[in-house]
Design a protein around this ligand. Structure first.
Ligand code: ADP
Ligand code: MG
Length: 636
């Protein structure tokens, strides 16, 4: 029988640390929040190795009285609430009284603090939870907390720390959130003795957005403000010409706290509906202020999630405010202005998308090859002819994935080009003859391309075994994807040196992950170097993407890196791009196809290694055997 025992405070603290202290940035967040709660008007942050070695936060807040210093690092000790009732009127960022105790348990922590009425300050050092006696020390009013060697005594956690660049990215993100939420506080941030940000107090956060995300974005912000029954909404949203692949740049602050809220994110998405391409996410920096009793912040240890008393009202407030604002804003004109942005992104057709250049590249490649094949001897057809496309209905794997055969590339501009229809070249099954056959009992072997397009979406084909229903877009996408991939992998990606390397402003997290994966990017032909701050210099990028701006290529790749989480392979990244090209270049679901196009598409089917799935993994065809049908009709 296992016996029940009370856990020691040290274990309790380690468990608590597991909840809230995930990495240096989480320590930084907690320290910054304490400084804000202490009423600081200036907060200086110093980091070494992204915070893995040293995190120091110095503030000019109220300080901690000498006799209370040991309490500050005790668990469940706080100056911010007294009773459970206070939980429903929390106006401070902290209240759980756990952060310092948790941090002290897994690091070497030093607190120096002095209150305004104290003669001198005091210092307390705790190493892995073991405190030394409090020492008097000379220091200015306020508090400095220094955290060294995070996770030095928890090897498992230590192992999970990433490179200093990545940790730095997260740390800067923590500073960004606090600095955007509290514009009246002077923030500075230095890393390895270099000042990265010096942000004096400001009335509006536009300047801070510029400091963190660059002028390009800050210049295209739309200011919003509204209030309803004691709830105010203010801040900025980005002109829809700026968007991201993920919701990472949706900053939402509730009473000075950065939060995530699905309902509000949804409202934001709704407000931008029709203004952004599908899959793109808006950017916002919004502040909500409301009486503390309208929200429960005691939901999540890191307090990133909260529970609103009336979430529906907030949803309407946000959606209504943005809609009204967008209606009175000339988004179209703004969107078209900066030359660097390329085509007007408000068009929702494919020409407007970032992928459009890729698409035209793909189409051009395919078209060029088609033209070359026009001149090429047709002899390959003979080998091809002996393999009926319908032999490939599936089961046996066909290794015929050459991309240079005439029949392989009959699609120009996403459409089949006449003259490459294998069906027509197949002596054994002239189309005319087969069409006369329609409706009659078929001989055992099927060599016709008899197919019917229905609803401009599906191709219905009679096969030996029964019938097949093919998703035209999915099939074409698969074929194109494999053709282009083969080409790209065979030749590698040619890169093109830029005459003048282009500086690209990224966020700290983006810059960190880009630099960390510089070698993967190099394999893709994208060469980058650090260029100070969050700017990255692109010195070369793939020639095949030369119609896109280097910034756009880099940003899209970085989004993929960020979304990937794990160590992405160059191959995966190339793959992502190929998916995009193939998807955009393929005939659409809903496109009317001519008989020739249908035949041509079907005739290439066997060229795809995996003809049964589109590159996204959806099936390209469904099979109904004759037996199935007979059974359904109760004939057997
Ligand atoms: P919480 O913030 O939830 O109260 P913490 O463990 O983060 O818990 O901090 C414990 C206490 O230490 C706080 O309640 C506060 O009284 C004090 N404290 C921590 N950091 C500071 C600071 N920078 N300035 C003044 N007091 C602080
Ligand atoms: Mg705290």
């Amino acid at each position: 029988m296992p016996t029940i025992q009370q856990l020691s405070p040290s274990v309790v603290n380690k468990i608590a640390a597991g909840e809230v202290i995930e990495r240096p940035a989480s320590v930084l967040k907690e320290l910054l929040e304490n400084s804000v709660d202490a009423g600081a008007t200036r907060i200086d942050v110093t980091l070494e190795k992204g915070g893995s070695d040293v995190i120091r936060v110095a503030d000019n807040g109220c300080g901690i009285a000498v006799e209370e210093l040991p309490l500050a690092v005790a668990s469940h000790a706080t100056s911010k609430i007294r009773s459970a009732d206070d939980l429903f009127s929390v106006m401070t960022l902290g209240f759980r009284g756990e952060a310092l105790a948790s941090i002290a348990e897994v690091s070497r922590l030093v607190i120096r603090s002095r209150t305004a009425d104290a003669e001198s300050g005091a210092e307390l050092e705790i190493v892995g939870g073991a405190a030394s006696p409090v020492q008097p020390i000379g220091c200015p009013v306020g508090t400095t907390i220094e955290v060294r060697n995070l996770f030095f005594n928890t090897p498992v956690r230590h192992k999970f720390m990433r490179s200093p660049q990545t940790e730095m990215g997260h740390s800067i993100e923590a500073v960004t959130r606090l600095a955007l939420a509290h514009p009246h506080i002077h923030f500075t941030l230095s890393h390895n003795s270099r000042t990265i940000h010096d942000l004096p107090p400001v009335a509006t956060i536009r300047g801070r957005i510029a400091a963190f995300f660059g002028d390009e974005l800050a210049d295209d912000l739309i200011e919003v403000a509204s209030d309803s029954d004691g709830v105010t909404l203010s801040g900025f949203v980005a002109n829809p010409m700026h968007s991201r692949a993920t919701g990472r740049m949706q900053y939402l602050f509730l009473n000075g706290r950065a939060i995530r809220d699905r309902a509000l994110q949804h409202a934001l998405g709704e407000a931008y509906r029709g203004l952004l391409l599908t899959g793109r996410q808006p950017i916002c920096f919004l502040r909500l202020e409301m009486p503390a009793d309208l929200v429960d912040v005691n939901v999540h240890p890191t307090k990133q999630e909260v529970r609103f008393q009336d979430s529906g009202r907030l949803y309407s407030l946000l959606l209504g405010t943005l809609r009204t604002k967008f209606l009175s804003t000339d988004l179209q004109a703004r969107g078209a202005t900066p030359a660097a942005m390329g085509p007007n992104r408000f068009q929702t057709d494919e020409a407007a998308s970032g992928a459009s250049e890729l698409v035209s590249w793909a189409k051009e490649q395919l078209g060029r090859q088609t033209a070359e094949q026009l001149r090429a001897p047709i002899e390959t057809n003979d080998t091809r002819r002996s393999i009926s496309p319908w032999q490939a209905t599936g089961r046996e794997p066909l290794s015929l994935h050459r991309i240079d055969g005439p029949a392989a590339l009959p699609f120009e501009m996403g459409r089949p080009v006449g003259g490459f229809d294998i069906g027509q070249n197949t002596e054994t099954a002239p189309r005319e003859a087969m069409s006369e056959d329609r409706g009659r009992e078929r001989p055992g072997s099927l060599e016709s391309q008899n197919a019917l397009q229905v609803h401009n979406r599906y191709l219905v084909v009679e096969t030996d075994a029964g019938i097949e229903v093919i998703d035209q877009h999915a099939l074409h996408e698969r074929i194109l994807y494999e053709q282009i991939r083969e080409k790209v992998l065979a030749g590698g990606l040619e890169s093109q040196k830029l005459l003048v390397p282009e500086p690209v402003d990224l966020t700290a997290t983006e810059a960190a992950i880009a630099l960390e994966h510089a070698n993967v990017l190099a394999q893709l032909g994208v060469e980058i170097q650090p260029f100070g701050g969050e700017t990255v210099l692109v010195s070369s990028y793939p020639a095949m993407l030369s119609n896109l701006s280097p910034a756009e290529v880099l940003r899209d790749l970085v989004e993929k890196l960020l979304a990937g989480g794990r160590q992405p392979e160059a191959r995966d990244l190339v793959d992502e791009l190929l998916h995009m090209i193939a998807c955009k270049a393929a005939v659409k679901f809903g496109d009317r196809l001519t008989t020739e196009e249908v035949d041509s598409l079907l005739s290439q089917r066997h060229l795809a290694q995996d003809q049964h799935h589109c590159p996204h993994g959806r099936p390209t065809a469904l099979v109904f055997t004759r037996e199935d049908l007979d059974r359904q009709f109760k004939r057997i």
